[in-house]
Design a protein around this ligand. Structure first.
Ligand code: SF4
Ligand code: SF3
Length: 538
C-alpha cells in the first residue's frame, strides 16, 4: 500500500504497511482501485456528455465514492469491493470514449486477485512519475475528495450542481493524461474555485433545510436518561434521528463536528437534543466508552472502535467498519434508526464529562447581523485583529500548539473558526469583547464558507482587499476536506496562510516552493515566533 493523504501519514511521507489511522493494506489497495475506476468512468462519461449524452447520476456516484475514501470514513473492504464492481458496471454501460482509451476505461475487476494486482500496479506506477507532477496530481485528487464529500452533503439535502459534478470528473480524468505542471497548477486552482461554489451550495442547502443558524450556548453536561451520541457531519441524519427519538425517553447528544447542529432552529427545537458530549474525534475511544449508549457515526472521523464498545457503534452513509452495524437508506432515502433507539433504552445514561458551556452558530448570517458592532469594535481599537484558526483536530501531540497559541493571543483579538480544530481552545473561557465572543465558531468545516463571507463583508466595510484586513490565518489541517478548504482560500487570493501542525507529506519540495513563493504559505514554528508574525505590534 501507499497512502499519503492525511496529516498523520507515516514519517511525513506515506503509510506503506498499515495506516496510522488503522486502515489496512487491503482496504488501501481497494480504495486506490476504486479511484482508478472512477477516473476511467469520468473519461467515458465526459466523452458521452460532449456527444450530447452522459449519465447525470455518475457525478453523484463519484462524489459518494470519493467521500468513502476520505481519511477515517470507511475501513470495510467488502464495501469497497462492491463499489469497485458498481463503478465498472456503470462505466461499461457507457459507450467507449474513442479508440485509444486509457486502461482505467477498459480494465475489469474480474477477481479479488486481479483487484489486488491492480492495486500493486497503481502504487508502482507512482514511481514512474516526476515527483512534482505526482505531488500536483495528489493535491488535485485530495482536493476533489474534499469536494466530493462536501457536495455529497449538499446532494443528500436535494441540492445538486452539474458544474461541480462535471469538474469532479474533469479533475479525475486529468490525472490520467500527461498534463504539464502549469496545466496541473491551473486545475488545482480551479479545484479551489469550484470548492468555493461547493461550500456555498452546502451553505444554502443547510440553511434551507434547518434554518439560519443562531448564536447558541450549548451545555456539555450529561442528563439522567439513556442517550444516543451522534458524531460526524451529516445534519440530515441527526434531524431524522431527532424526529424518530421524540417521545421515546431517549436523549440525543452531539459529538465532535456535530456541535454546530445546536444552532439550527429546525434541530434545536427538540428538547431531547440535550447537549454536546466529549471533544473532538481523536478522543473518541475514551469518550464513546464512557457514553454508555449507542453512537451513530455519520461521516468522518471514525477511529477503529475498541472491543469494549464496538457493539454500541452504528455507522451510516459513507462510513463503514467490518463487523460494525450499518444503517442503510431504503430506496426512498429514508433511514430507520429504531435498532439504535431500542439499543439505547437498555443502556445506562452517559457518564458526565462536562467542561462548561460552549458557544457555536456564529455563521455568516448572525455575525453579519451584528456587523456594525464588529466594525465599530475594530474602529475603536477594542478589536485589533482576527485570527482564522479553522480546520481539523488530530492525534499528533504537537497540536497542543493551538491551545497555547489561543491562550497567548492578546485580549483584543478574536478567533474565527470552523471545523473540529476549535476543540483545542473552545473551552478556555476566552471571554467576549463588547459582547462579541472571542471565539467566533462558524460551525463545522462544512461551514468554512461563512468565514469567507465574513472576511469579504469586513473587506467591503473597510474598503480594502481581503489581504489588507487585520486578519491572519493559522489553519490546522488533517484530512482532505481541509485540503479543499485551503485550495478554496488560495483561489480567493488569500495570502500568507500558516499551515500546521505539519506540512502535507504529499507536497514535494518543488511544489512547496511554488506555494511559498506565490501564496506565502508557511509552516508553524513556535507560539512566540508565530504570534509576533501574525499579531504584529503585540
Ligand atoms: Fe496513512 Fe493518513 Fe492514509 Fe491513514 S489516511 S493510511 S494515516 S496517510
Ligand atoms: Fe474534523 Fe475529522 Fe477535519 Fe470537519 S471531523 S474537520 S478532522
Amino acid at each position: 500500500m501507499f497512502c499519503n493523504q492525511c496529516e498523520e501519514t507515516a514519517k511525513g511521507l506515506g503509510c506503506t504497511v498499515r495506516g496510522v489511522c488503522g486502515k489496512d493494506a487491503e482496504t488501501a489497495g481497494l480504495q486506490d482501485v476504486l479511484i482508478y475506476l472512477l477516473k476511467g468512468l469520468s473519461v467515458r462519461n465526459l466523452a458521452a456528455i460532449k456527444n450530447g449524452g452522459g449519465d447525470p447520476e455518475v457525478g453523484e456516484f463519484i462524489a459518494g465514492c470519493l467521500f468513502a475514501t476520505l481519511t477515517n470514513v470507511n475501513f470495510d473492504p467488502a464495501r469497497f469491493e462492491d463499489k469497485i464492481r458498481e463503478a465498472a458496471r456503470i462505466r461499461d454501460a457507457l459507450p467507449p470514449a474513442g479508440s485509444a482509451e486509457p486502461d482505467a476505461c477498459t480494465w475489469t475487476p474480474e477477481s479479488q486477485a486481479a483487484i489486488a494486482a491492480k492495486a500493486e500496479e497503481i502504487v508502482a506506477a507512482r514511481e514512474m512519475v516526476d515527483a512534482d507532477l505526482q505531488s500536483l496530481r495528489d493535491l488535485l485528487v485530495f482536493g476533489l475528495k474534499g469536494m466530493g464529500a462536501y457536495y455529497h452533503h449538499a446532494s443528500v439535502l436535494g441540492y445538486r450542481d452539474e458544474e461541480i459534478t462535471t469538474f469532479l470528473q474533469e479533475g479525475l480524468a486529468a490525472t490520467l493524461h500527461d498534463h504539464t505542471a502549469d496545466e496541473m497548477v491551473t486545475l488545482v486552482l480551479k479545484c479551489g474555485e469550484i470548492g468555493v461554489k461547493t461550500l456555498a451550495l452546502l451553505d444554502r442547502a443547510n440553511t434551507a433545510a434547518f434554518g439560519t443558524p443562531e448564536i447558541t450556548t450549548v451545555s456539555t453536561g450529561a442528563g439522567t436518561r439513556p442517550g444516543i451520541l451522534v458524531t460526524g457531519h451529516d445534519l440530515k441524519d441527526l434531524a431524522d434521528l431527532l424526529a424518530q427519538t421524540a417521545g421515546t425517553g431517549v436523549d440525543v447528544y452531539t459529538h465532535g463536528e456535530m456541535l454546530p447542529a445546536h444552532a439550527y432552529p429546525e434541530l434545536k427545537k427538540y428538547d431531547h437534543l440535550v447537549g454536546n458530549y466529549g471533544g473532538s474525534w481523536p478522543f473518541q475511544r475514551e469518550e464513546f466508552e464512557r457514553f454508555n449508549g449507542p453512537v451513530l457515526v455519520t461521516t468522518n472521523c471514525l477511529v477503529p472502535p475498541k472491543d469494549t464498545y464496538r457493539d454500541r457503534v452504528y455507522t451510516t452513509g459513507p462510513v463503514g467498519f467490518a463487523g460494525v452495524k450499518h444503517i442503510g437508506a431504503s430506496s426512498d432515502g429514508k433511514k430507520d434508526f429504531s435498532p439504535l433507539i431500542e439499543h439505547a433504552k437498555c443502556c445506562e445514561p452517559p457518564q458526565d464529562l462536562s467542561r462548561g458551556d460552549l458557544v457555536t452558530g456564529c455563521a455568516h448570517a448572525p455575525v453579519l447581523a451584528i456587523a456594525d458592532t464588529v466594525v465599530n469594535a475594530v474602529k475603536s481599537g477594542a478589536v485589533k485583529r482576527f485570527i482564522v484558526m479553522a480546520g481539523c483536530d488530530g492525534r499528533y501531540s504537537g497540536r497542543d500548539y493551538y491551545t497555547r497559541f489561543a491562550e497567548a493571543l492578546p485580549a483584543d483579538t478574536i478567533i474565527l473558526t470552523a471545523g473540529c480544530a476549535k476543540y483545542r481552545y473552545n473551552s478556555l473561557g476566552l471571554g467576549t469583547i463588547g459582547g462579541i465572543p472571542r471565539v467566533l465558531d462558524a460551525g463545522q468545516c462544512n461551514d468554512s464558507y461563512s468565514l469567507v463571507v465574513i472576511a469579504q463583508a469586513l473587506a467591503k466595510a473597510f474598503g480594502v482587499g481581503v489581504n489588507e484586513l487585520p486578519v491572519s490565518y493559522n489553519i490546522a489541517w488533517y484530512e482532505q476536506k481541509a485540503v479543499l478548504v485551503l485550495l478554496s482560500l488560495l483561489s480567493l487570493g488569500i495570502k500568507d496562510i500558516t499551515l500546521g501542525p505539519r506540512l502535507p507529506g504529499f507536497v514535494s519540495p518543488g511544489i512547496l516552493k511554488v506555494l511559498v513563493e506565490n501564496f506565502g504559505i508557511k509552516g508553524i514554528t513556535t507560539v512566540e515566533e508565530d504570534l509576533a508574525r501574525m499579531v504584529p505590534g503585540n
